[in-house]
Design a protein around this ligand. Sequence first.
Ligand SMILES: [Zn+2]
Length: 73
Amino acid sequence: MLKGFTSARLACGCRIGFREGVEGSPVTVVVDEKGPGCPLSLHVRDLPLFDHREAMRPSTRLLPPNEEEYEES
Ligand SMILES: [Zn+2]
């Protein structure tokens, strides 16, 4: 074990750290070191990146409703 802390470097140059969240919360991702060439304003040193993977996932709410399921006449 690494004391519950590991780090990784993003493609943008930032280095992020993974810290085990508190009870009832998933792992917290924080920017450990801001990359000098990082264009993302969301990446700020020591700023947690919550729901990182959630934000990367495309929204499914843009799909039109399937009205065929409501044809019960
Ligand atoms: Zn970055």
